[in-house]
Design a protein around this ligand. Sequence first.
Ligand code: PEP
Ligand code: MN
Length: 264
Amino acid sequence: VVNKAFHPEPTVIDVRGIKIGDPSSVVMMAGPCTVETEEQLMEAARAVKAAGATILRGGAFKPSTSPYSFHGHGEAALKMLAAAREELNMPIITEVMDVRDVEMVCQYADILQIGTRNMANFSLLNEIGKTQTPALLKRGMAATIEEWLQAAEYIANQGNKNIMLCERGIRTFETYTRNTFDINAIPALKELSHLPVIADPSHATGKASLVSAVSRAAVAAGADGLIIEVHPNPEKALKDGAQSLLPEAFVKLMQDLAPICTAV
Ligand code: PEP
Ligand code: MN
């Protein structure tokens, strides 16, 4: 069960030696929204690693609001991520969208990401629950904290206890930002659950200029990790360019975080 009342000790998830949920450090996951080319991925990956990130993100299967936009390179992108892991010794996190792909994505991914649009896809949650691959469950963009915890319970109930929760912003009346980062969710989840909490300021704000400040706020509120989009050329990004940091901005973000946490 994900409820803290039944399991008071915090869950610490070990991903190839990186401890997620360890109260003494904040885990940095970073990389491009989407794997576009080998060059783009490797440039982003080398930059985030040099700046201090330890887990590489990259989308192979991309959810899109329009059926006509880019949906990612699929397994070809997973192979590129696996090659990046070999070269840089960084575990990889990538989204799985379809129940039929879970087994295949598990052959590559160190962490399975469940996107906001699939938080309540119960057949997907059940299938991921049958694996032992750590899962990062993003909050549904219109989900309450209680609904989100119930979704995590689906995964845990099938036997996979390696779950982390990711606040990625919710839908509100505000349009200046892409979503509204729910800072309340971080201490609320810590009160209700023993699972590690990750913050995604990139999707929460939709604006590169806001990402560093919201990252610091999330860490101050108790986040166990951050997941940040970084692209070597955000203007040319196939997805989420407006919120993607240039490598130098990611270096700055890491410097901004240094006084308040130990980033690993
Ligand atoms: C992503 O991480 O690129 C993504 C699609 O996130 P979300 O599901 O939070 O929109
Ligand atoms: Mn994205």
